[in-house]
Design a protein around this ligand. Structure first.
Ligand SMILES: Cc1cc2nc3c(=O)[nH]c(=O)nc-3n(C[C@H](O)[C@H](O)[C@H](O)COP(=O)(O)OP(=O)(O)OC[C@H]3O[C@@H](n4cnc5c(N)ncnc54)[C@H](O)[C@@H]3O)c2cc1C
Length: 422
C-alpha cells in the first residue's frame, strides 16, 4: 500500500521535499498557508554564488537536481559578479513560482493552498494527522516541517522595526505556525550579538520603472549595478542582517542592485527620503516589502532540534528542512535539506535505513556543521550559508569548494553517491 508524506510549508524547502519524496514513489500532500509557492523565495533569486555553485552541482550529480535545472532555465542572468560574490545566477522571480508549480503538478504532488497547519494530532511520539485552520484533518505516515522561521507579525513588531508588509502577507493568510512546536518539541532561536532574538531579512525590491533610465538599463543589461552612496547617507545595518554573506563594507557604502525582475536592493531597508536624495533614485518606490524604507521581515525564531538525517529529535515520524533545519540562509540550502528530508521521509515510510550526506561533500558538511555550531551559544548568533561568512570559509578551508563541474561530479561518483536521490 502506498504511503503518504504530508509537508507543511511550500517554500523552497517544502517544494524540494515534495519532489524528492514523490520521486521515491510516495503519495505527497503539500500544505501551504498562502496562495503561492516558494515562500521567501518569491522575492529572492540569487543562486550559484560562491559555494552554492558546488552544492548545486553536487545535488545534480546525486540525482536530486531537478529544481536547480528548472531554476537554471528561468534565470535572467548567469555568471554575474558582485561584491564578495562570484559566478552567481539570478532567477526571474516572476516566472519561477509558475514553473515550479507546473512541474510539481506534473509529478502528481497534491498542493493545497490556503491550508495553514494549526494542530498536530499525536499518538505517543508520532504525528497521526495535522489539521488546517478550517478544521480539515489530513492523516499521513510521515510529516515534514518546512514552515520556515519568518514572522509572524508580532515577532517583526517586537524584534524588528514593525511589520513592513512583506511577501509573507501574514495579515491576509495568518502568520507562520511551526509543526515542530505543535508536536510538542522545544525549538531553538537565533540571536543577534546584542542578545535580541531573530535577524532582519537582508534585501528589498524596488520597482525598476521608478529608477532613472541609466540605472535601470545598467541593471537590466549586466544584472548588476553598484551605485556609491554619499557618505552622509550611509546606513549602518550590517550587524542586523540575516544574510551575513552580504555584511561587507561595500554593502554600506554602495547601493547594490541585482536584476531578478525587479531591482533587488541588497540592504535590509533604506529610508525612502534618503534614498530619493541619491541621483537616479528621485522617484524610487519599494515593491517588497512595501515599507522597505523602514524595515523588513524578521526570521530565525524557530529551528527544530534534529540529527543529520533531518529527523526532528523527539518525534518519530517528523523531518525538517530549510530554515527550520537550522540557521541556514538560502534557497540552495533549503533545496538541499528539503531533498534529503524528502528522501528520508520516504525511506522511513518504506522501513529503510535513513541516509546522511557524507561530510566529504560541501552539502553534507553544511548540514552537519550547522547542527554542531548551533550547540554553542555564540553559534546561535551566526548564520550559515555556503555562499559566504563562516560556513563558506570552512568549506574552502576543507578543500570542498570547487567550480569545475566535471571534478564535482567525479568526487560525488568516487564517494559512491551518484544518483542516490534518483
Ligand atoms: C527578502 C528576502 C530575500 C532573499 N533573497 C535570497 C536570495 O536571493 N538567494 C537565496 O539563496 N536566499 C535568499 N533569501 C533566503 C531564502 O529565501 C531562505 O533562506 C529560504 O528560501 C528559506 O526557505 P524555507 O522553505 O525554509 O522557508 P520559507 O521561504 O520561509 O517558506 C516557508 C513556507 O511555509 C509556509 N508556512 C508557514 N507556516 C505554515 C503552516 N503552519 N502551514 C502551512 N504553511 C506554512 C509559509 O507560508 C512559506 O511559504 C531571501 C530571504 C528573504 C526574506
Amino acid at each position: 500500500m502506498s504511503k503518504t508524506i504530508v509537508i507543511a510549508g511550500g517554500g523552497w524547502a517544502g517544494c524540494a521535499a515534495a519532489v524528492s519524496a514523490r520521486r521515491q514513489g510516495m503519495d505527497v500532500i503539500l500544505l501551504e498557508r498562502t496562495d503561492m509557492l516558494l515562500g521567501t523565495g518569491l522575492v529572492g533569486g540569487i543562486m550559484r554564488n560562491n559555494g552554492r555553485f558546488t552544492v548545486t552541482e553536487e545535488l545534480i550529480a546525486m540525482g536530486g537536481g531537478q529544481l536547480f535545472q528548472i531554476i537554471d532555465a528561468n534565470c535572467r542572468h548567469h555568471n554575474v559578479e558582485f561584491p564578495g560574490h562570484a559566478h552567481a545566477s539570478l532567477y526571474d522571480i516572476g516566472k519561477m513560482p509558475g514553473a515550479i508549480g507546473r512541474y510539481m503538478t506534473e509529478l502528481g504532488i497534491q498542493v493545497q493552498f490556503q491550508s495553514r497547519v494549526v494542530k498536530a494530532n499525536m499518538e505517543a511520539n508520532r504525528i497521526r494527522s495535522v489539521e488546517t485552520g478550517d478544521g480539515t484533518v489530513i492523516p499521513g505516515d510521515v510529516f515534514i516541517d518546512a514552515t520556515g522561521t519568518a514572522g509572524p507579525m508580532n515577532n517583526c513588531a517586537r524584534y524588528g522595526n514593525g511589520c513592513a508588509m512583506c511577501i509573507l502577507r501574514c495579515p491576509s493568510f495568518g502568520g507562520r505556525v511551526s509543526l515542530t512546536a505543535l508536536a510538542g518539541v522545544a525549538e531553538m532561536q537565533g540571536r543577534q550579538k546584542n542578545g535580541t532574538l531573530g535577524a532582519m531579512s537582508g534585501s528589498c525590491k524596488l520597482y525598476k520603472e521608478s529608477l532613472a533610465p541609466p540605472i535601470r538599463n545598467a541593471v537590466e543589461e549586466s544584472g548588476v549595478a553598484v551605485i556609491p552612496i554619499p557618505k552622509a547617507l550611509w546606513e549602518d545595518h550590517l550587524e542586523i542582517k540575516a544574510c551575513q554573506q552580504y555584511a561587507l563594507k561595500e554593502y554600506r557604502e554602495s547601493l547594490i542592485l541585482l536584476d531578478t525582475g525587479h531591482a533587488k536592493l541588497m540592504a535590509p531597508f533604506f529610508p525612502l527620503e534618503k534614498l530619493r536624495r541619491i541621483p537616479g533614485f528621485e522617484d524610487a518606490r519599494y515593491e517588497d516589502p512595501y515599507a522597505g524604507g523602514k524595515g523588513n521581515s524578521m526570521r530565525f525564531f524557530a529551528m527544530a532540534p534534529r540529527d543529520d538525517t533531518l529527523q526532528v529529535l523527539g518525534v518519530k515520524n517528523l523531518f525538517c528542512a530549510g530554515e527550520k533545519a537550522g540557521l541556514l540562509v538560502g534557497h540552495t540550502e533549503a533545496i538541499v535539506t528539503g531533498t534529503l528530508a524528502g528522501l528520508n521521509s520516504a525511506r522511513q515510510a518504506s522501513g529503510k535505513k535513513l541516509r546522511v550526506l557524507s561530510r566529504e561533500t560541501a552539502a553534507g558538511e553544511a548540514i552537519a556543521y550547522t547542527r554542531e555550531a548551533m550547540k554553542q551559544k555564540e553559534g546561535l548568533c551566526r548564520k550559515y550559508t555556503v555562499s559566504g561568512s563562516v560556513l563558506f570559509e570552512r568549506i574552502q578551508a576543507l578543500g570542498l569548494y570547487e567550480v569545475n563541474q566535471f571534478k564535482i561530479h567525479e568526487r560525488v561518483r568516487n564517494l559512491g553517491l551518484s544518483e542516490i536521490f534518483s
